[in-house]
Design a binder for this molecule. Structure first.
Ligand code: NAP
Ligand code: MG
Length: 553
């Protein structure tokens, strides 16, 4: 079987992939520090102010010079997207699907160079970086497939039982207009591509605003749309601070819908600000997580330890889906801890582009300082470090933001850090006397994104039923709480982790980017000489309702 990269298969990639990646990193390093434009209306747009985008791997490395866009650029992008909307929304959905697939295919072609750039800019290890690129293409393919499987969401409804009239009722999902996509730093491609792909196949035009920390790599993403031949203004890309440029986009009444993926606090603010118009606009929110892994006394502890370590420390714990809490039944507590400690001590920290590295640096100085503050707070709060607890220093570590993978024990469940999303390689472990107690603690958070369980088959039913989370896994060594893949594990959260209740990369997602219009057309029925409804039959035969609707659009 040919190798298919997913977050579950990435632990055993073929040798050529490693070689290709090494080459891509070497090439890229020859070309660092270039200036990159914004893209508005398919034109390169430059701002007066710029900033140097440095790598968290080594802050001496200037990866790119980026544009510090402002409110003016926000309105330019909105104007371009608005101008492009009528034509794009009336482009047959089959054409839109074709173009989105073309962009996704281009992305796949560029997986090595963009994966290498991502590793340098985010600090993700190589397989996670490549996974992010592949996931992005797959998210776009999946939205395209959903349009196709649903016939562009043009669906005939029942006929009302009228006497003397023929009724044709057709439900059509139609795009909203200009769609804003605000993405976070940690999955800069996938969390831009998921919403962008869905918005585009649905017929919206798009404005992308990436996280400041990952603006360069998302610039490489945005380029595929221009290269794929998207018409002017359909996809626009602006860079600059969320607090100014981002806020200007959110505050504009000319934006018709938005998808925000990021932290709870910023997302909730955006939700409230976005309500500031004369009517309610759709906003898809994908927010934080505080994801539990519950380990029963009946668990396979080898699988549990493997899955927990991967999910706690993959991408340095900076995944919305990271296993940040481990809740263990007392009889297996000591043995599980022993395994977690052994495995964690074997993890390699360093330059994430290197093959052996599991943990790269955290994203920036703020996160690095947060790590120091949280570990201090844990110390004060009675917690002990089973592993880690410190930042890494000396040699190359002094050039970047490296933190040790840290498991914490003995921190009382009442401590605030059992509820607060730290977004770092810090995971708290607690002991309980039974599974009901574990579930109570697991659900006692504002979030409900992902959750993992290790136990007997019978217990897994109980887990799926009781846990309050949108993405749930049982007995999975590939990752206790992480590693969802479009088409396999649609991704989205409950409670404070997400607002739409529908998961990306699943059956109900692309519909969020369209509003329904029901089209009822009534025709009087002329009685024919022999008393049959001749006129109706004729019309009905000539054009099937589906096609009729398509033509009218
Ligand atoms: P963040 O700080 O909330 O930023 C997210 C995005 O919002 C960035 O592009 C940011 O731009 C922008 N932004 C900030 N203030 C804004 C404003 N006033 N108006 C408009 N946009 C604004 O999140 P992050 O640190 O990048 O990412 C980590 C968070 O994302 C975690 O909480 C994680 O759990 C969550 N996350 C959730 C999911 C999910 O699917 N549920 C997936 C991944 C991550 P700047 O960078 O310029 O400030
Ligand atoms: Mg940076």
């Amino acid at each position: 079987m040919a190798f298919k990269l997913t977050y579950a298969t990435m632990f055993n990639p073929p040798e050529e992939l490693h070689k290709g990646f090494d080459k891509a990193v070497a090439n890229l390093k020859q070309n660092l520090g270039r200036e990159w434009s914004m893209i508005i209306d398919n034109q390169d747009v430059f701002a007066d102010e710029k900033w140097e985008d440095r790598s968290p791997v080594n802050t001496d490395w200037v990866l790119a010079v980026m544009q510090k866009g402002n409110a003016l650029h926000a309105s330019q992008a909105i104007a371009a997207a608005r101008k492009a909307f009528p034509k794009w929304s009336h482009t047959p959905w089959q054409e839109r699907v074709k173009l989105v697939r073309k962009a996704a295919a281009l992305l796949e072609k560029r997986i090595l160079e963009t994966g290498a750039a991502m590793s340098l800019e985010v600090g993700k290890n190589r397989m996670e970086s490549l996974g992010d690129v592949q996931e992005s293409a797959d998210l776009m393919y999946f939205s395209a497939l959903m349009m196709e499987q649903n016939n562009g969401f043009i669906k005939p409804m029942g006929k009302d039982p009228l006497v003397g009239y023929d009724a044709t009722n057709v439900s059509v999902l139609r795009p909203y207009g200009v769609w804003l996509v605000v993405s976070p730093f940690n999955f800069p491609f996938a969390l831009t591509a998921g919403p962008t792909g869905a918005a585009l196949v649905a017929g919206n035009t798009v404005i992308i605003k990436p996280a400041t920390d990952t603006s360069w790599v998302v610039r490489l993403y945005a380029e595929v749309f221009r290269d794929a031949g998207f018409p002017d203004g359909v996809v626009n890309f602006v860079t600059g601070p969320g607090s100014t440029l981002g806020q200007a986009l959110v505050d504009s009444p000319e934006v018709d819908g938005a998808t925000f993926t990021g932290s709870f606090d910023v997302g909730m603010k955006m939700y409230r600000d976005f309500a500031n118009r004369n009517y309610v606009r759709p906003i898809v929110l994908e927010l934080g997580g505080k994801n539990p892994a519950i380990v029963s006394r009946n668990a396979n502890l080898a699988d549990a330890a493997t899955g927990i370590v991967r999910s706690a420390f993959g991408l340095q714990g900076q995944k919305c889906s990271a296993a940040s809490r481990v809740i263990v039944e007392e009889p297996v507590y000591d043995e599980l801890l022993g395994r977690l400690k052994d495995m964690t001590e074997k993890l390699t920290i360093g330059d994430p582009t290197e093959r052996a590295t599991f943990l790269g640096p955290v994203i920036n100085k703020n996160s690095y300082n947060d790590f120091k503050n949280f570990t201090e707070e844990i110390n004060q709060g009675g917690g002990h470090f089973l592993t880690g607890g410190h930042v890494k220093t000396g040699g190359m570590f002094d050039k970047g933001y490296y933190c040790e993978p840290t498991f914490v024990t003995d921190l009382p469940f009442e401590h605030r850090l059992w509820q607060y999303e730290m977004f770092l390689p810090i995971t708290t472990i607690g002991k309980v006397s039974n599974l009901d107690e574990a579930m109570k603690i697991a659900n006692n958070v504002n979030y409900g994104l992902t959750a993992g369980f290790y136990g007997s088959l019978k217990e897994t039913d109980w887990f799926f039923d009781k846990i309050e989370a949108g993405v749930t896994y049982a007995n999975r060594p590939q990752g206790a709480t992480t590693g969802a893949w479009p088409g396999f594990q649609p991704f989205g959260g409950w409670k404070g982790s997400g607002a739409s209740g529908k998961n990306g990369g699943g059956y109900y997602y692309v519909q969020l980017y369209m509003h329904e219009q029901i089209r009822t057309l009534i025709k009087p029925v002329k009685a024919s000489p022999n008393g049959k409804k001749a006129a109706v039959k004729k019309t009905a035969k000539k054009v099937a309702p589906k096609k009729k609707a398509a033509r009218r659009r």
